[in-house]
Design a protein around this ligand. Structure first.
Ligand code: MCN
Ligand code: CUN
Length: 790
């Protein structure tokens, strides 16, 4: 009998297989959109508005056309002739591709210069003269709703204000009653500022329209190739480019983080130009354009309230949100909930009264609402509930860990119905927090803190015990422009037992080439190294909704498992035929079927697959391939317990993160090393909004920190040594018991840091500082609270 290989030997689930894709990345062989060079390719550069709100009086292209190499300049009026000057956003809002008369935000695309080289295009851009008539922009979302404020979206017939949508969840009356009768009420106004994804690779594309075949190939940095193809078809349908004539190819991506979900005007302009001039057109944003014009997230103003007992029991929460979406709701937020999944804001705690209410408004900021490593607004929700929880503990003088332990939903209470309507699939919050406390040495740290405080030193310990919500669908609740959210896997096994698997998702660095192969390896017994994983080409991959909201594992990962199981069912039939036994007499063991009680009689998956092409049972279809479109029955609810320890220099307000322990629970893990990598990267991105990043606009709509000189991005230097670990509570409804993890660290990280900082400052009576908590804000708060008084 041939010894079967173990799951580890074939690179199955649960093993830290080295990432297959890294061989090319670390050797400089990655293939990014800017690496694409097509014969006759032209380059596009974009003239952008210096004003946040202005009428365009004239666009003079005369000098630009004289620049050697400049072919043409395309304006909104040119696009209007083809009805290509407007496009839908993924939130079913609309957005100008190029303006015909008014610019609505600073850095908005005004016109595009096309040239034979990118340098000529840039020179041409500088030579275009645009005359504007500036108007007073609306920059404050609260004033945007003022009846005196100008109506910004005059393109919308009948629109009389700047309100985009209202949304609410939970029981308003019941919650109000609980609040009215509660011993303790905490109320805090919070702002989660506008930030930027700052992926290493900016956005860009090569639009290649082939006139002869009336066909468009769009190479672009997108996290959702199929969904984007559908959107392009909606726009380019005006020039007869229907979906079968459009191929979207997303090559390697240098970070997406949500910023590469939406369709940006630059893409559509490139398509339009390629269509008009009949040549491929490349557009690659430079760093400043990227930072100033697109990929903006957050900007939530939250009034957060918590009601509880003197003993520390949380009874109810209430959240009122004002979301500043800028010029348009670009909110890559494919769900029927305009507020995304913010209503997970009741957190990990057991109480049954909550009410969430939100309004979104237009302002003259660039399009907002992009989902930045957030699971559609979960970062905002978790910041609110975890800050509130800490404030509550402080108010009643209880240790925040103890208070959390007291309020956690118990592991036996899952599936748990949240007061805002979610059904949490599974969790064990006590175990996670206990583990984090053990690893960090919680009791000893509190002792040290007390000693330090007695000496006037500032040390803080912050906890965040968050519940994430990832894996959109189910299709009944989630869609993009009506397209239901499932995800797909197609597995094709070649006669020699090697496979190619294609997915509707698209990795931007998450390691899908490795982890999907591991799932299939585990389920089918084909070594992961023999499974080629492909994503990102709409001509070959099955339709899928893409990678964001940590949905790839919950949806496409599940599809991979189910498709593998379909193949295993076929394999069983073939094995029974080959071994001349009944299917019921066969047993599966990694990579082979054997006869029960006679293990020497077996057929390996490779032998079975070969037979599928050469010697299969009569009446059975030849070949060995399966496709599955997986529509999840529910979302998955990963969780985590994070503890952060900070030391603060009282004189300067400088914050030093001394320790950070992150215990994540994403159910069964496919690749522990990749999960750890996700958490490391995500935690560094959690330091960013907690302590550094915030895009600031002045009253005229000018961005004040629109370059990386001013917009601070944390690097390895600012990152502590991350101490990671996990607990495992499998998802009961997911085929392999996995939950997503990609966004957990950015969701759970910021409040742990904020809570640690506030904890350090609490001896002075400081109860809250909005993120990013900078040394200046710390110093100012200390000063205001008399810390420097003699
Ligand atoms: N994984 C695992 N076991 C689990 C869960 C996940 O081994 N139980 C692995 C997965 O197989 C996958 C990775 O961890 O290789 C992330 O999986 P998942 O949580 O399903 O998230 P997605 O693949 O859908 O990735 C999306 C998520 C999001 S929404 C953002 S934003 C983000 C992130 O991932 N952007 C990233 N991580 C990123 N990492 C990199 N390098 N670059 C980005 O742009
Ligand atoms: Cu919330 S950002 Mo990710 O969903 O691409």
């Amino acid at each position: 009998m041939t010894q079967c290989k173990t799951s580890k030997e074939i690179g199955g689930m649960g093993h830290s297989l080295k990432r297959k894709e890294d061989a090319r990345f670390i050797q400089g062989k990655g293939h990014y959109v800017d690496d694409i060079k097509l014969p006759g390719m032209l380059y596009m550069d974009i003239v952008r508005s210096p004003y946040a709100y202005a009428k365009i009086k004239s666009i003079n292209i005369e000098e630009a056309m004289k620049v050697p190499g400049v072919i043409t300049v395309v304006t909104g009026k040119d696009l209007e002739k083809y009805k290509l000057h407007w496009m839908p956003t993924l939130m079913s809002d609309t957005q100008m591709v190029l303006p015909t008369d008014t610019v609505m935000y600073q850095a908005q695309e005004v016109c595009a210069v096309i040239a034979t080289s990118k340098y000529a295009a840039r020179d041409g851009r500088e030579a275009v003269k645009v005359e504007y008539e500036p108007m007073k922009p609306v920059m404050d979302p609260f004033k945007s709703l003022d009846p005196a404020a100008p109506v910004l979206r005059t393109d919308k017939p009948g629109k009389k204000d700047n309100h985009i949508w209202h949304w609410q969840a939970g029981d308003k009356e019941k919650t109000a009653q609980v609040f009215a009768n509660a011993d303790v009420v905490i109320k805090q106004q919070m702002h989660i500022p506008r930030i930027h994804v700052v992926s290493i690779e900016t956005c860009g594309c090569v639009a290649d329209y082939d006139k002869v075949n009336h066909h468009l190939t769009m190479y672009m940095t997108t996290q959702a190739p199929h969904a984007i193809r559908t959107v392009i078809a909606l726009v380019a349908g005006h020039v007869g480019l229907s979906e079968e004539r459009i191929r979207v190819v997303s090559p390697d991506i240098g970070g997406g983080f949500g910023g590469k979900v939406p369709v940006y005007p630059g893409y559509v302009i490139a398509i339009a130009v390629s269509f008009l001039v009949g040549k491929p057109v490349k557009w690659i944003e430079d760093r400043s354009e990227n930072l100033q014009a697109d990929s903006f997230a957050r900007d939530y103003h939250i009034t957060a309230e918590l009601a509880g007992t003197k003993e520390g029991k949380i009874l109810a929460t209430r959240f009122k949100v004002l979301a500043d979406h800028g010029y348009t709701d670009a909110a890559a937020n494919p769900s029927k909930f305009p507020l995304g999944l913010f209503s997970i804001c009741t957190g990990s705690y057991d109480y049954n009264a909550a009410f969430v209410e939100a309004d979104a408004v237009y302002t003259n900021k660039p399009p907002g609402g992009v989902a930045y490593r957030c699971s559609f607004r979960v970062t905002e929700a978790v910041q609110a509930i975890e800050r509130l929880t800490d404030m509550f503990a402080k108010k009643i003088g209880k240790d925040p860990a103890e208070l959390r332990m007291q309020n956690f939903i118990k592991k036996e209470d899952f599936p748990w119905h949240s007061p805002t309507g979610w059904i949490y699939d599974s969790g064990n919050y006590q175990a996670g927090l206990q583990k984090a406390m053990d690893v960090v040495g919680y009791a000893a740290l509190r002792k040290e803190q007390a000693e330090k405080q007695a000496r006037g030193e500032l040390m803080g310990i912050g906890i965040s015990t968050f519940t994430e919500i990832v894996g959109a669908g189910p299709s009944k609740d989630f869609d993009i422009l009506g397209i239901k959210m499932f995800d797909s896997a197609e597995i094709r096994v070649h006669p020699t037992g090697k496979a190619i698997a294609r997915f509707g998702t698209k990795s931007q660095g998450q390691g899908h080439e490795t982890t999907y192969a591991q799932i299939i390896a585990e389920e089918l017994g084909i070594p992961a190294e023999n499974i080629q994983v492909e994503e990102g080409d709409t001509d070959t991959a099955p339709y899928g909704l893409g990678t964001y909201a940590s949905r790839s594992t919950p949806t496409a990962g599940a599809a991979a498992a189910v498709a593998s199981r379909k193949l295993r069912d076929k394999a069983r039939k073939i094995a029974a035929y080959l071994l001349e036994v009944s299917e019921n007499d066969l047993e599966w063991e990694t990579g082979k079927f054997f006869v029960k009680g006679a293990p020497e009689k077996s057929k390996t998956i490779q032998e079975i697959v070969f037979a599928a092409y050469t010697n299969h049972p009569q009446g059975m279809e030849a070949g060995f391939e399966a496709t599955h479109y997986y529509d999840p029955p529910n979302l998955t609810f990963p969780s985590g317990a994070y503890i952060c320890v900070v030391d603060i220099d009282k004189e300067t307000g400088a914050i030093h993160i001394r320790r950070f322990v992150a215990i994540d629970d994403c159910g069964n893990i496919i690749n522990p090393m990749i999960v750890q990598g996700q958490v490391h990267g995500g935690l560094t991105q959690a330091v960013a909004p907690a302590m550094y990043e915030e895009l600031i606009y002045d009253g005229e709509g000018n961005i004040l920190n629109g370059t990386l000189m001013d917009y601070l991005v944390p690097t390895a230097v600012e990152s502590p040594k991350w101490e990671t670990g996990h607990t495992c509570t499998p998802s009961p409804h997911h085929p392999i018991g996995a939950k997503g993890v990609g966004e957990s660290p950015t969701v759970g990280g910021p409040p742990a840091i904020a809570n640690a900082i506030i904890d350090a400052l609490s001896p002075f009576g400081i109860t809250h500082i909005d993120i990013p908590i900078t040394p200046y804000k710390v110093w100012k708060a200390l000063k205001e609270h008399g810390a420097y008084d003699k």
